[in-house]
Ligand binder design. Structure first.
Ligand SMILES: *[C@@H]1O[C@H](CO)[C@@H](O)[C@H](O)[C@H]1NC(C)=O
Ligand SMILES: *[C@@H]1O[C@H](CO)[C@@H](O)[C@H](O)[C@H]1NC(C)=O
Ligand SMILES: *[C@@H]1O[C@H](CO)[C@@H](O)[C@H](O)[C@H]1NC(C)=O
Ligand SMILES: *[C@@H]1O[C@H](CO)[C@@H](O)[C@H](O)[C@H]1NC(C)=O
Length: 927
């Protein structure tokens, strides 16, 4: 490595010797005002000198380095372009790190030297007035080092920033912070135009990624060590452990030396530098870097390593050391490259502009006029600006292009200071975000996994960015000491040692959360005594106020999150069911309604059912009357039997047998209806009785408000305020302390000095409810019941059953019609033989209807049974002549006669004729 470097330097020497023979620039550095004059050796009569001013702080390294780079740039430029007509003549002024000196120098240059442009000034503070001056006299001010964003807000078109705006790096900073998930960051910056300039855009960028800035620490550029220490101690007491530092190296090295001293360069701290320090790190005292800045992260302007850059660095070093042998080991930094490129851009622009008129238009000066009154206006200013804006070339730092009067922003490197230098750990570009290297596609998501950062304190684990208890502080946590509802929080006092033990559901949850945290939190529980008794006693609000006044750090307990309270303190997420509920007793189940059995059916259903029973009785009677002895006899007997039959179908208890198939059809249909009806009735009645049993005395708030009943609330709870808001009068409000007290009040009832309902939050109400669940019911109050359909009654009504009745009705009517047709058919001879009026026919038919139908099974079976008894039970002997149409064949047979003949001693009718083949089984059955 060393031999190759030597040979390289030798080549350079040769090259330099050649170039020096072409152009020699006198280079003056000193405390006195220095003027560098271009004294061209090859006095080409045709070249035109163009005056250009340079205003720099020549005491500073950036000033010295900048000036040497400018002269080198011009000599390089004109030696490679000998045909150019113009030659820049530098008029150098030292601004002595002073704003007034910079302004005076600029004024002098414009007024006396009539410079076409000024390179400088160096710092953002000096730039302000100089920019205005340039605007007034139309002289472009080209600064390669004034980076403060606030200068852009002056909006002078004659200010050209040949450097990057500081705010171009804020997104790189915010992306890094976001990648590590830090939620808060403190800004530490120098209290001047340079420091402040970045703050608005940086704060915005941090806000965009959800990072808060809880504190801004301004450090005066002239702060003493004690003041810096004081500020650092203040930062130490805060919880945030992420600091973004924006200042220049002179102040920065003092800050970090002190930070190291007070222990803020240890594990857990995060320091992020803007390029204000990082870009100039090479010119910082390396012993301070190595001792006090270990583990610091930084944003650095990225300059690609190119051969032309290497070449320049070597040449520059040689030249500089030759001219300034007193300065050991000079190091170039980005401002040197920027100065080099700026000078080249200006030289090119002036050449392009041409040299038609290099004069200033000077005002008519009176003898009394000030310097500013007599300042001239450059005739070429506008043109020169245009040429600068159109300029593009490849400079030392890459492509040089001025967009809107400032250098296009480039990429940034993320660096980590280890040892004496900054180690590159990644890149940031506007398009891709964070990258491990420029050619990878790993975006910020994977960034953290890929790099190994050594953090302050030689730690390799990512700091969490905040400390819950700075300086080992223990959190003071209030817990409510109540005399009831111990399930939530119980504070048991040990009188002998004056200590407390805190247990309960809320404490368990808190401890579980603390255990889950990835770091330790030290805390002490401090009981907050609820003085009981009078309503003037302390409440939850009082306890929360203590946190608001910063007497305590937190409250753990059954504190409810309500809007008013969150104006004062922050709450965690809720860990219980939220809401307020009302506890009310059930209605007294002993006082049941005696007529509740009627309720399941509506009155019209009852009526319809009744009518149907009567109708069915009538139909059965009509169908059975002729053939069934049960439905014969006296009128009362017939009516009684018919109704008895019909109504006993209700419980399927009818005894009478029916013989007509039509009757059977009708009765089966009717059974079906009755079955459905009784089942529905049973179900409806039982549900009705159960619901009535569980009916709460109150169902909603409005009812309660109107009823005038007293209501209860837990002592100290915010429910009191809520009830007041709901317009409950104080006289109606009674507080309780415990579930037992609540139960006692509710049991007493409002009339006897108790309460009609109790209000509380759902967790408490559930607790009471779990102890007395058979007496009370819980009604959520702050919710409406939701949308619902309006249903007039919960009884069964006719609408639900008319289909059934229709079926039964149609069946009965159909059976009647069939019976009529058959009856008329059988008795057709009565109608045909009768020559009388319609009335007579009806009377005759009625008479027939009243008679027994001797053709039916019943009567034939009875006759057969009679016969078989006579035959000694010999069934085979019972042979008869079948005469189905005996009535029609013997139309004249007298009914009364038959009646007499066919009634046996038991009154059971039997027919004269029978059909043995039909009878056999029935016979056995009845026998
Ligand atoms: C002097 O100027 C002439 C005309 O512009 C040009 O041709 C010549 O190369 C120049 N000489 C030098 C040494 O620059
Ligand atoms: C710059 O000068 C123009 C007139 O030449 C003036 O209108 C403008 O306000 C000036 N701007 C500043 C920032 O002074
Ligand atoms: C210069 O100042 C003097 C005294 O203040 C005054 O008399 C004179 O008129 C001024 N001259 C001009 C040109 O303003
Ligand atoms: C609101 O909350 C604060 C803090 O707990 C309390 O001091 C104040 O009395 C409350 N105001 C009302 C109207 O409840």
């Amino acid at each position: 490595m060393i031999p190759s470097r030597i040979s390289f330097d030798a080549e350079m020497l040769l090259f330099l010797a050649l170039s020096f023979s072409a152009v020699i620039v006198t280079f003056c550095v000193g405390p006195t005002l220095a003027v560098a004059q271009s004294s061209n050796n090859n006095n080409n009569a045709t070249t035109i000198p163009v005056n250009v001013g340079v205003v720099l702080d020549l005491e500073t390294w950036v000033g010295q380095m900048g000036l040497s780079c400018i002269t080198m740039s011009l000599s390089d430029f004109y030696s490679s372009n000998p045909s150019y007509k113009t030659r820049l003549v530098l008029n150098v002024r030292d601004s002595k790190r002073d704003e007034v000196a910079a302004a005076a120098a600029a004024l002098d240059l414009i007024k006396n030297e009539q410079v076409q442009a000024i390179i400088g000034p160096q710092g953002s503070m000096q730039a302000d007035f100089v920019i205005h001056l340039g605007n007034k006299s139309h002289v472009p001010i080209i600064s390669f080092s004034a980076t403060s964003p606030s200068l852009s807000s002056i909006r002078s078109s004659y200010f050209v920033r040949a450097a990057q705006n500081d705010s171009s790096q804020v997104n790189a900073i915010s992306t890094v912070i976001q990648a590590f998930g830090w939620k808060e960051a403190v800004l530490v910056y120098v209290d001047n135009k340079f420091g402040e300039g970045i703050i608005p855009s940086l704060t915005n960028a941090l806000e965009e990624v959800g990072t808060q800035v809880p504190y801004r620490s301004l450090i005066s550029p002239s702060a003493t060590d004690d003041q810096i220490l004081q500020e650092l101690y203040k930062l130490m007491t805060m919880q945030t452990r992420v600091f973004i530092v924006h200042m220049l190296p002179t102040l920065g090295s003092r800050l970090f030396a002190k930070a190291k001293e007070v222990g803020m360069m240890s594990e857990g701290y995060v320091w992020i530098l803007t390029n204000g320090i990082t870009d100039l790190l090479s010119s910082m005292d390396s012993s301070i870097v190595a001792s006090s800045m270990q583990g610091v992260l930084g944003i650095k302007t990225y300059i690609p390593d190119t051969p032309s850059l290497d070449n320049f660095m070597a040449r520059w070093k040689m030249k500089f050391q030759k001219e300034n042998p007193s300065i050991l080991n000079p190091t170039l930094n980005i401002f040197g490259y920027r100065a080099y490129d700026a000078a080249r851009a200006l030289a090119m622009a002036i050449e392009e502009m041409g040299t038609t008129n290099l004069t200033f238009q000077v005002m008519n000066a009176s003898t009394n006029a000030t310097d500013l009154d007599t300042i001239g206006v450059s005739q070429n200013g506008q043109k020169l600006l245009q040429e600068l804006a159109n300029m593009t070339f490849t400079g030392l730092t890459g492509n040089v292009r001025l967009v809107d009067g400032q250098l296009e922003s480039s990429m940034f490197q993320i660096v980590n200071i280890n040892g004496y230098a900054a180690r590159e750990i990644g890149f940031w570009t506007l398009e891709k975000g964070l990258l491990r290297d420029l050619y990878s596609f790993n975006t910020s998501k994977y960034f953290i996994n890929l790099i190994s950062i050594i953090w302050p304190g030689d730690s390799t684990s990512v700091p969490k960015g905040w400390e819950i208890s700075p300086n080992g502080k223990r959190l003071k946590i209030l817990v409510p000491k109540k005399d009831s509802f111990f399930q939530f929080v119980t504070v048991t006092q040990d009188p002998s040692r004056n200590t407390f033990q805190v247990t309960g559901y809320c404490i368990d949850i808190f401890q579980a959360v603390i255990e889950k945290l990835p770091y330790d939190v030290a805390y002490d529980f401090i009981p907050f005594f609820f003085t009981d008794g009078s309503s003037a006693g302390s409440t939850y609000n009082d306890m929360i106020d203590q946190v608001f006044y910063k007497n305590y750090d937190a409250v753990v307990g059954d504190t409810t999150i309500i809007a008013n309270r969150s104006l004062y303190v922050d709450f965690t997420l809720p860990y219980t069911e939220s809401g307020v509920a009302m506890l009310v007793p059930y209605k007294d189940s002993k006082s049941k309604n005696a007529w509740v059995f009627l309720k399941p059916l509506t009155w019209d259903l009852w009526l319809t059912t009744g009518c149907f029973f009567v109708f069915i009785a009538l139909v059965v009677w009509i169908l059975e009357h002729q053939i069934n002895e049960e439905f014969r006899g006296s009128i009362a007997h017939q009516v009684g039997t018919s109704f008895w039959f019909s109504f006993s179908t209700m419980v399927f208890a009818q005894r009478e047998r029916v013989f007509n198939n039509l009757t059977r059809f009708v009765v089966i249909m009717w059974f079906f209806v009755v079955l459905i009806l009784t089942q529905s009735y049973t179900a409806s009645l039982s549900s009705l009785l159960v619901v009535q049993n569980l009916q709460p005395t109150m169902t909603d708030m409005d009812q309660l408000l109107k009823s005038g009943e007293k209501v209860g609330y837990q002592h100290g709870s915010f429910i009191y305020g809520m009830l007041k808001q709901m317009k409950f009068d104080d006289s109606r409000l009674i507080y309780y302390h415990s579930p037992e007290e609540c139960d006692a009040l509710l049991s007493k009832g409002s009339a006897k000095g108790g309460i009609g309902a109790a209000f509380d939050e759902i967790p408490y109400i559930k607790l009471v409810f779990s102890q007395y669940c058979n007496k009370y019911t819980m009604i959520p109050t702050l919710k409406t019941a939701g949308f619902g359909f309006v249903i007039s009654s919960n009884s069964l009504d006719l609408d639900s059953f008319w289909g059934l009745f229709l079926i039964a009705g149609v069946a009965a009517v159909l059976a009647l019609l069939i019976f009529m047709v058959m009856f008329i058919n059988r008795n057709w001879h009565v109608i045909t033989s009768s020559s009388g009026s319609l009335w007579e026919i009806i009377v005759a038919l009625g008479r027939r209807f009243h008679q027994r139908d001797l053709n039916s099974h019943t009567f034939r079976k009875a006759k057969f049974r009679d016969r078989s008894m006579e035959d000694g039970g010999n069934k085979t002997a019972a042979v008869e002549t079948s005469e189905n149409n005996s009535f029609s064949s013997t139309p004249s047979s007298d009914s009364s006669q038959i009646d007499n003949v066919l009634t046996n001693e038991q009154g059971i009718p039997y027919a004269e004729q029978g059909r043995p083949n039909h009878v056999d089984e029935r016979c056995l059955e009845t026998a």
